[in-house]
Write a protein that binds this ligand. Sequence first.
Ligand code: NAD
Ligand code: UFG
Length: 342
Amino acid sequence: MNDGMVLVTGGAGYIGSHMVLALLEAGHEVVVLDNFANSSPVALERVARLAGRAPRCVEGDIRDRPLLDRLFHEHAIADVLHFAGLKAVGESVANPLAYYEHNVGGTVTLCQAMAAAGVKRVVFSSSATVYGEVAEMPLHEGLPAGTPSNPYGRSKLMVEQVLTDLAASDDEWSVALLRYFNPVGAHPSGEIGEDPLGIPNNLVPFITQVAVGRRERLQVFGDDYPTRDGTGVRDYIHVQDLVHGHLAALEVLRERRGVGVWNLGTGRGYSVLEVVEAFERASGRRIPYTIAPRRPGDVAECWTDPSRARQELGWAAELGIARMMADAWRWQQRNPNGYRNM
Ligand code: NAD
Ligand code: UFG
């Protein structure tokens, strides 16, 4: 299995840190590249403690070509799991150039360095947002890419196109485009988890911060959607399931060339109010909320048809909403201020 190291860009981040732990536990040698723009080195210290061994860590930027060249020269890297990037939808509207620079430009630079080093296997963190607004659920990979409603989403779609063109130009490339639905939850140890800077954009970190007393109440963005209870429906997926989907994709990529597109979700949607209820049940805490206007750019519903991932990757999500909420709560309760309170 270990025919080389795995480079994890953005490996100190929320999903990346869980990925690094899973890779170490599966016996891989790992090198992390992260500029800590949206993460803490403490996450990697905890990963090392949980795994009983440490990944190599390089502090730096995917836009830094000389650094990447050195990295590939110094480490026998066989695969790249590419998580690094900016991900705040609202910020991408205010500062689109940063999003195109980090997400698109950074990926181009990374691929140039990979090509120069002869490393041509990459798993990319894409998003269900690339489907744009689709009336009929579930979303499946046979649907054409749509028009994402913001620069963040468009940067994800652009990277998918860059990687697809690259693989078409050189048949030695193996590319996985993994379209995540809504990653939530945390490692069951409660030692690593999601630690957003400032006011959380996403539902579950907002709920856990209300539960721990950092925020007064949740705003539910819209209760007049055409859904069961009027609130938005999403396909929440436990981060542990998500990273296992990456391990499965990595195995498959080692046996095939070209581009594979896989949705990673559970196939089941929950409304905002159902998530609140599941959290209250898991934590025993009440989550006060008020109904607020719809958030611009939000769709009513979004969930996946998980068949292709099951058939081609031999992977399916296993953990349900109760586990997602229990693990998110354990992390938040143990780390009320995330990685910053030690
Ligand atoms: P995150 O912000 O926690 O992790 C991203 C990591 O990349 C951070 O550690 C950050 O410091 C690092 N980084 C950012 N720009 C960099 C650069 N130029 N060079 C080096 N490192 C850089 O985010 P996450 O939730 O773990 O998401 C990981 C990936 O998955 C991202 O590409 C994101 O767009 C994608 N994704 C996330 C979600 C989600 O809801 N969390 C959904 C779909 C897709
Ligand atoms: N929501 C609230 N209150 C909040 C936060 C969210 O009611 O404080 C609602 C949203 O309106 C939505 C649901 O909770 O109905 C989920 O919202 P999130 O922000 O957690 O997730 P999104 O589905 O909006 O966003 C996700 C990813 C983005 C991606 C987007 C596009 O986090 O990276 O999907 O599909 F771009």
